[in-house]
Design a protein around this ligand. Sequence first.
Ligand code: NAD
Length: 266
Amino acid sequence: MKIGIVGCAGRMGRMVVAEVLSTDGAELAGGSEAPGSEFIGQDVAALAGMEAVGLKVGDDAGALFRASDAVIDFTVPAATAEHAGLAGENGRALIVGTTGLEAEHMGALEKAAAKAVVVQAANMSVGVNLLLGLTEQVAGALGDDYDIEIFEMHHRHKVDAPSGTALALGQAAAAGRGVDLNQVSQRVRDGHTGPRNPGDVGFAVLRGGDVAGDHTVIFAGDGERIELTHKAGNRSVFARGAVLAALWTPEQKPGLYSMRDVLGLG
Ligand code: NAD
């Protein structure tokens, strides 16, 4: 299966290139970067710390889609929306790991999903996808007298907050309670906030160092507290999940899928 990597010079892009090159059944179709990137023309594999394979980083994402069976995207939301258009036009599978997607970007993925297999997940690791299911289950079992707070910490380079994974955990908690996260989400607390609103789902964000991704969902009741924690030791777990998702796509009908679908945890 031929897999293309958009954003192949990024932190995740390089890990995905290395993962594709070391996965049986996966063949690297090539990589692209943003027009004007200093990496254009360099060897895609060498950039990822692997032996050169003679594929140069390009800036023509359309050509990369046409040369690939599936394309993996860890870039920025605006680029992901453009790539979704190319996936739909060319009928190629698209695996989206980019976070910080707003309604307009999700709309582009939904449109593409009418004609192509699209897998989108704020977190591609097996452990986090298990945590999403557990969070929904625990939130459903406990009443509103258990306050739900979500903590996340990431490396100093991360540009969006709260993390896409923290928001997905919030959505899982809200789903378990049968409420809409938008109505109960408390994303920032500062100054004289007054007491906590019953039923809120709160978020706390830390940034620093090279933390690959820590997430904890806290259910705080009177006299007891349940904490569900996941810690990513390094980013290769996300790259492995993305390649697994790409290898899963050939048997699927066009549609928008999650990592929970890929892992059979749906
Ligand atoms: P990064 O900044 O290192 O890499 C992003 C790359 O995308 C850059 O090289 C940039 O030049 C490139 N890019 C931008 N526009 C482009 C375009 N039009 N065409 C091609 N390439 C383009 O960032 P990163 O740390 O690799 O993270 C990328 C995204 O992945 C972020 O949104 C991050 O939150 C997310 N992420 C998701 C998971 C997951 O499991 N889903 C895990 C880690 C990171």
